[in-house]
Design a protein around this ligand. Structure first.
Ligand code: AMP
Length: 491
């Protein structure tokens, strides 16, 4: 028996049918054999560049075939991949670089200037990826790190979830079994590959099933609809904003999406009305699933039947029931398990849940205690085991499924010399779910327009974090000790 690893998944797919399609991009179908050879070449290049097992490689790409080549190539060389969002601006990338100290970086040619690392592989200049072969693979066990995925980012030191081969395999298996994926049945990569959803629900699931993965650079509803019609995927997982955009696109027509059998929505709340609209439009049951970067795959998920119930008290649609092999506990302030119907923090354990943050023993200890991983989400469980999310312990904003931490945006606003005080909150938004609003107090005598402040943020923050609404005020509500009351601003 080979050790369970992402490479064992690739080997199994190769053994089953090496010429079967592994990746579809811009109408070109590439086989598992192609993926194997290209990733061998890439592994050889990493070794030739002096990288040794355990060193890190930053992977900053959109959904393109080279993402898979680089990830598998790095795994073959024993190198740990650190996927990062290509929308990130330089300061956001620099914090991750400082934390994980990558020895190599893979990015688009156009982004190469953002990286100072000496070993760079660029994509988009006519396929300069190396072609030589690697002959030996370092022996790596299932508990060895495959990837570091940074959580959406509080301020201070970023937290990289250390994802082992075993974690990824457990995540891949969740999707393969829950969506009943079979060899040769295409999967639509609607979520970004740099997020755990893409890593386990697209790459992992496709390798585990021996299924083709349909890529399309970035999500665009029209393009996705064309792809669904042409390549006929059976499965996709995405944030609700993306799924909503799909059925709202002017070119949508139910006849175009008949190949889809299973659709998961994760990462952001789903309104019960949205699930109903999706069913009206497509005839499909949208299955709500819940997970975090640290859990790699959903740990709470809705089955294909029965329909997820709605909590009568809060009107929230259930996020599902505990996934097989996962334990979910709702824990009160004192650490005791809450009875049915009582709200508490959701704490989980399971094979896909990571056991550490990169070089952060303290953060690891705080989040990953004896009871399991503390999610920071507040939920309730009903008598039938359905779980509803009702609040967050954390201050995070969820905009189109992307996570925004108010502190990071506030820190950026404070960098502007005219800003004296700033508070950032999430406000309801019919399209993005929530959107980012900044309330700003200017320094005495300073003049600054909302447009200029927005431009200032745009240079320093990924677009989804930039405040869409900026309101100037004379003062902010504070506690007696001077702490800004974000919650009060929100309401
Ligand atoms: P991330 O680490 O970017 O995957 O974000 C994880 C967070 O997304 C969780 O802590 C939740 O707050 C939120 N989340 C994930 N899935 C759902 C869901 N199905 N419904 C509501 N919020 C969700």
């Amino acid at each position: 028996m080979p050790e369970p690893s992402i490479l064992a998944l690739l080997d199994a797919a190769l053994a089953a049918d090496a010429e079967a399609t592994a990746v579809i991009y811009r109408g070109v179908h590439r086989s598992f054999c192609w993926l194997d050879r290209r990733s061998n070449g890439f592994a050889a290049a990493l070794v030739a560049a002096g990288l040794v097992p355990g060193e890190r490689m930053l992977l900053c790409l959109q959904n393109v075939p080279e993402f898979l080549v680089a990830l598998l190539g790095a795994a073959k060389a024993g190198v740990v991949t650190v996927p990062v969002n290509p929308m990130y601006r330089r300061p956001e990338i620099e914090r991750i670089v400082a934390d994980c100290e990558p020895a190599a970086v893979v990015c688009e040619l156009a982004h190469a200037d953002a990286f100072d690392t000496s070993v760079r592989f660029t994509v988009g200049d006519g396929g300069s990826f190396p072609q030589t072969e690697i002959t030996e693979r370092p022996v790596k066990g299932p508990a060895d790190p495959l990837m570091l995925v940074y959580t959406s980012g509080t301020t201070g030191r970023p937290k990289g979830a250390v994802i082992s081969h075993a974690n990824l395999l457990a995540g891949a298996e969740f999707y393969r079994s829950q969506a009943d994926l079979q060899a040769g049945e295409p999967i639509l990569a609607a979520a970004p590959l740099f997020h755990v959803t893409g890593l386990s629900g697209h790459i992992g699931a496709a390798l585990a099933a021996g299924a083709p993965l349909i890529l399309s650079y970035r999500f665009q509803a029209d393009e996705m609809l064309d792809l669904i019609e042409r390549e006929r995927p059976v499965f996709c997982v995405a944030a609700i904003t993306a799924l909503g955009a799909l059925i709202d696109a002017p070119t949508f027509n139910p006849a175009r999406v008949t190949s889809l059998r299973t659709v998961f929505s994760g990462g952001a709340p789903v309104a019960p009305a949205m699930r109903d609209r999706f069913r009206m439009a497509t005839g499909l049951t949208l299955r709500n699933v819940y997970g975090l970067t640290e859990t790699v795959a959903p740990v709470i998920a809705c089955p294909s039947a029965p329909d997820a119930p709605v909590d009568p008290a809060t009107g929230a649609l259930a996020v599902g029931r505990a996934v097989r092999g996962v334990t979910v506990a709702v824990i009160g302030e004192e650490g005791a398990v809450c009875p049915v119907g009582e709200a508490g923090e959701i704490v989980v354990t399971g094979p896909s849940v990571v056991s550490a943050y990169w070089r952060s023993p303290q953060a690891t200890q705080e989040a990953m205690g004896a009871l399991g991983f503390r999610t920071g989400d507040i939920g309730v469980r009903d008598a039938d085991g359905w779980i509803y999310l009702i609040d967050r312990k954390k201050d995070m904003i969820v905009a189109s499924g992307f996570k925004v931490w108010p502190r990071e945006v506030e820190d950026t606003l404070y960098q502007h010399p005219a800003v004296r005080e700033a508070a950032v909150v999430g406000v309801p938004d019919s399209y993005r779910g929530e959107t980012v609003k900044a309330v700003v107090v200017l320094s005495a005598g300073a003049a600054l327009s909302a447009d200029d402040l927005e431009q200032f943020c745009r240079k320093r923050l990924a677009a989804y974090k930039v405040p869409r609404i900026i309101e100037f005020r004379d003062g902010l509500p504070k506690t007696a000790t001077g702490k800004i009351l974000r919650r009060e601003l929100r309401s």
